[in-house]
Design a binder for this molecule. Structure first.
Ligand code: AMP
Length: 370
């Protein structure tokens, strides 16, 4: 157990680290952020910052001496950095969670071995494998990189007689890829769950996620799906957390198919954008829950206090902040990013509704400023 007063080391300096640090403070913890870039969203609200690349061994060692437990705010932290830190102090979640989530093939093999369903998939690593995968999966299909893809980046939709090998060599640069059957999606849902070092698991209600251009746009809590399906999604996330021996929060993203099945799409071994609504919508936020889990405290209640809708502020959306700040019902979160770029997550806003009612609609979205 890391008692309050201790220091949480966070690898990664973005908005997830920022919201973790903000949630650690009421519990009496300090946060020390390690990031290759100075002055980012997390460092702005943290007690200390180390600016160094993830392969700087001297910087990692000094960081390890300055903190009591290490966590991550993104899954692509190099494994070598975690292994080095793990020799000195607890790294939560452990390397297994990250290794599984870093590669789409490893991830889907892992999920299937648990008896959970995924869309059919096959690896594409050479021309012969590409032809075999094409014959097995058919069309339409999505070709994705096995590693380092996020927000729909590194993906190609293949339909009709589109050239698979051309797309693989051209758009994906011949990198190891996965070919996935295009799933008949009715809606997309996710479950955020937490697990403590002694194996206690708690999950939040399943939520519905709507994407625009591959990026999460809106999360609706709770998801309007049959209770049995919601319960199965929560149990699936708990199963994943247990099987990974995960410590901390993770998120499992799933598709609900038109014929009512659940397909696991992705595991994020960390706090997740689709859990931001919990800050105002639940007794314990996903961020406070993660701090509790990695410090070995008892988990908080995941009970919902309200229904909620969360809207991401992507790129120029953030320029609407004056209207959002003037809306007394809007819970506005701005991430302190210096530069607004297209597709960049600049903030989010949550509106609450009555507990037993469906999530409120996003209020009339003010016209974009000229
Ligand atoms: P991902 O990067 O895997 O999270 O994919 C980004 C988005 O693309 C998902 O949220 C879905 O909307 C869509 N998508 C991904 N994989 C599939 C699939 N196999 N079939 C249909 N849509 C998909």
């Amino acid at each position: 157990m890391i008692a309050p007063g201790g220091t949480l080391g966070i690898l990664g300096g973005g908005q997830l680290g920022r919201m973790l640090a903000l949630a650690a403070a009421p519990l009496g913890y300090r946060c020390h952020v390690f990031s290759p870039e100075p002055g980012g969203p997390a460092a702005q609200v943290a007690a200390a910052e180390t600016v160094a690349p993830y392969d700087d061994e001297a910087a990692l060692d000094a960081f390890g001496r300055a903190v009591d437990v290490i966590t991550v705010e993104f899954e692509n932290v190099p494994a070598a950095a975690l292994e080095r830190l793990g020799q000195r102090l607890p790294v939560r979640p452990g390397p297994r969670s990250l290794r599984v989530a870093q590669n789409r093939i490893v991830e889907k093999d892992f999920v299937r071995a648990l008896g959970l369903e995924t869309t059919p998939y096959a690896a594409v690593e050479d021309e012969a494998g590409a032809a075999a995968a094409d014959a097995e999966i058919g069309r339409p299909a999505l070709l994705k990189t096995q590693t380092l893809g996020y927000d729909g980046k590194g993906q190609v939709l293949l339909d009709g007689d589109d050239d698979l090998i051309g797309a693989w060599q051209g758009t994906l640069g011949g990198r190891p890829a996965i070919l996935e059957a295009f799933a008949p999606i009715e809606r997309e849902v996710s479950v955020v769950a937490a697990r403590t070092p002694d194996g206690t698991v708690a999950s939040f209600d399943a939520v519905e996620n709507r994407h625009v251009g591959g990026i999460l746009d809106v999360t609706l809590a709770p998801a309007a799906i049959p209770p049995a399906l919601a319960a199965a999604a929560r149990e699936g996330a708990a199963q994943v957390a247990r099987a990974l021996d995960h410590v901390g929060v993770l998120c499992v993203e799933l598709f609900v198919t038109r014929d009512g099945r659940l397909l696991v799409n992705e595991i994020a071994p960390r706090v997740h954008n689709s859990g931001h609504w919990t800050i105002e919508g639940c007794e314990t936020s996903q961020f406070a829950q993660h701090v509790r889990a990695v410090c070995g405290l008892p988990l908080g209640s995941t009970a919902r206090r309200a229904s909620a809708v969360m809207k991401n502020l992507i790129g120029a959306d953030v320029e609407r902040w004056p209207a959002l700040a003037a809306d007394p019902a809007a819970h506005l979160h701005l991430y302190g990013k210096a530069e607004t770029r297209a597709g960049r997550k600049m903030g989010h806003v949550t509106w609450l509704g009555p507990l037993d009612a469906p999530p409120p609609p996003v209020p009339d979205w003010p016209p974009a400023p000229r």
